[in-house]
Design a protein. Sequence first.
Length: 89
Amino acid sequence: MNPFTLLFRLPLMALRGVVQLGEVLHDHAEQQLHDPASVRRQLEQAEQAHAAGQIAEEELARIQAQAVDRLLPSPANRVTRPPARSSGS
């Protein structure tokens, strides 16, 4: 590789490394987010806080709904049907 080509590729090599690092961090975060053990710990902590009177019933229900959403596939991965058209008059 000649020095002229290296001069232009060097900044892109650093950028490519940053992008790869970002992808690794994203994958790790996704794995942690959807980990059943992590979800179970969050639910246990919420139930303990509710039992101790630190959070209300509505907050507990919201946390439980979020936990279930974390375990289900994301909407982008779900197969969706187009909404049914109503037959107007």
